[in-house]
Design a binder for this molecule. Structure first.
Ligand SMILES: Nc1ncnc2c1ncn2[C@@H]1O[C@H](COP(=O)(O)OP(=O)(O)OP(=O)(O)O)[C@@H](O)[C@H]1O
Ligand SMILES: [Mg+2]
Length: 222
């Protein structure tokens, strides 16, 4: 199994009071699989995604990528593991407004590596996302759908093993939603593990596995 979580949970502390957001949960994800997590607002979907993607330490439990215990690592080891293995499309707006589309896509590649080596790949990805001609414009000059496709290109720039997408189609119309899901499905078929948080009606047509999050508990539906 590529990604595995054993008995993870999360209790947030808010104004001195504890708030359990994720109950003890086991989870696994393999290469080639498009997995979707659905559920109401506040049910714990982003919390789960952030723990699995190495952004948020769980209160208890462990997460393994291949055999590596992610939260047993120090910060720099974990951020290296994230950069090399994970492509992340966060919830909401995530473009850096002062950078061009191409520079945004190159951003994850500029942290540990010489980004020049990635320029051709970035341009190829933008072409694949049908925004190749827009590489030198600023994000504010893009439509919502184009912006989401730019975020996908950015997530794929370092050829990650796992792609995490938190509501990647939340503000898109049906045609753009289907296009984004089509790209995510293709990404899974190319051998990556893809985990998506989404409420869209079309999810069952694309997903291999569907879970529902309810009050911090994850239940498999498909
Ligand atoms: N940093 C935090 N500190 C305290 N409580 C938090 C924090 N982040 C989230 N929560 C709470 O934990 C619960 C789960 O939040 P989470 O963001 O995981 O929900 P979600 O299912 O992604 O919701 P949405 O669909 O609205 O994005 C919510 O009740 C939220 O208020
Ligand atoms: Mg969320």
């Amino acid at each position: 199994m590529l990604l595995r979580a054993d008995s993870i949970s999360k209790v947030y502390e808010r104004r001195g009071r504890e708030f359990p957001a994720l109950n003890q949960t086991d989870f696994s994800l393999e290469e080639g699989c498009l997995c979707v997590v659905q559920g109401r607002s506040g049910s714990g979907k982003t919390t789960l995604l952030n723990i699995l993607s190495g952004i948020l330490a769980p209160t208890s439990g462990s997460v393994f990528l291949d055999q590596a215990d992610m939260y047993a690592m120090n910060d720099s080891e974990l951020s290296r593991l994230r950069g090399e293995n994970f492509g992340i499309i966060p919830q909401g707006e995530s473009a850096v407004s002062a950078l061009t589309v191409l520079e945004n896509v190159l951003l994850p590649a500029s942290v540990f590596t010489k980004e020049d080596a990635f320029i051709e790949r970035a341009q190829d990805l933008l072409d694949r996302m049908r925004i190749g001609k827009l590489s030198s414009v600023l994000p504010r000059e893009l439509s919502g759908g184009e912006m989401r496709r730019m975020a996908i290109a950015r997530a794929l720039i370092r050829d990650p093993k796992v792609v995490f997408a938190d509501e990647p189609t939340s503000d898109l119309d049906d045609a753009n939603t289907r296009e984004v899901f089509g790209i995510l499905k293709e990404t899974a078929r190319s051998g990556k593990a893809v985990l998506v948080v989404s409420h869209e009606k079309c999810v069952p047509e694309y997903a291999d596995i569907v879970y529902r999050m309810e009050g911090g508990s994850l239940n498999r539906c498909v």
